[in-house]
Write a protein that binds this ligand. Structure first.
Ligand code: URA
Length: 283
């Protein structure tokens, strides 16, 4: 690796130069305080494997019990219960934000820089729910401020839900996860499960006329359907919950990140947006 450090970074004891080099090489987060020598670990693993292979044949090895996954499921269940009870106690959106901030049951909290709760107008008729914060959202602590958010802002403006690109006074935005998964990877089921009680309570407290789920992960989590986004988009669902005075109209749209990757799908998204605005006017 040192061979790649050019003359700008030729002092190996200059921490600033080293950090600069890390950034230029694409490192965008640190997830541990102590460095791990993976070469040493690999050598250790190989040595252990060789030693176990060299053992004389004895009792056949028993199939090991899946202790870790079971423990994980139990931990997730407990955290879901905790999330339910903390979310239920919140009587206002601000109290809910504080509850999410105080919640330690989602492991993503440890690696994220900021908790990302919501943006826009909490009194809006329409609430958009995305998947998870990404790099820029994590940095700023606000949802949809990166490339996906920039496209979403343009979509909102083009369908009349914003007076200018970036105006969020007529909409409310949040996500199914409140912390960024490392490397912007997709959320796991257990991460979604522990955040979902807060999302459900969030919808109850905002009490919008319409909920719009952005992308398959958000749609599946909130609507509880197993179909993919291509089948869910453009359809109408009634989202009910005990604290809502009446079911809220819900629909799903392609996620802006997907539209950035597949611009040919923007035509479909545009038609979904127009239907959504038309329907909103009737509620
Ligand atoms: N930014 C968000 O806040 N949510 C997403 O789903 C994607 C980007």
């Amino acid at each position: 690796m040192n061979q790649r450090i050019d003359s700008t970074y030729n002092d190996p004891f200059d921490p600033a130069a080293l950090l600069k080099w890390y950034v230029e090489m694409g490192v965008d987060e640190t997830i541990g305080c102590e460095s791990i020598d993976r070469y040493a670990l690999t050598a250790e693993m190989l040595a252990k494997r060789q030693a176990s292979q060299a053992k004389p044949a004895g009792r056949p090895a028993q199939a090991s019990a899946p202790a870790q996954p079971r423990a994980e499921v139990k931990a997730t269940d407990e955290m879901v219960q905790l999330a339910v009870s903390m979310a239920r106690k919140a009587e206002t959106i601000e109290q809910l934000r504080e509850a999410v901030l105080a919640f330690d049951g989602c492991p993503l909290k440890k690696t994220a820089t900021n908790m990302v709760f919501a943006d826009g107008n909490p009194k809006s008729d329409i609430m958009f729910i995305g998947e998870a914060p990404e790099t820029e959202e994590d940095r700023q602590g606000s949802p949809f401020v990166g490339p996906a958010g920039q496209l979403l802002d343009k979509m909102l403006y083009s369908c009349g839900l914003a007076d200018a690109v970036g105006d969020r006074s007529k909409v409310y935005l949040s996500n199914v996860l409140f912390w960024r998964p490392p490397g912007n990877r997709p959320p796991t089921l257990s991460e979604i499960s522990v955040c979902l009680p807060f999302v459900e309570r969030h919808i109850e407290l905002v009490d919008p006329k319409m909920v719009v789920l952005l992308g398959g992960a958000a749609a599946k989590a909130v609507l509880g359907h197993h179909e993919g986004i291509s089948r869910l988009r453009g359809r109408w669902f009634d989202h009910a919950s005990p604290q809502l005075s009446r079911p809220v109209k819900a629909t799903a749209l392609f996620h802006p990140n997907y539209l950035l990757r597949s611009p040919s799908q923007k035509r479909r998204a545009w038609s979904d947006l127009l239907n959504m605005v038309e329907k909103l006017a009737t509620l």
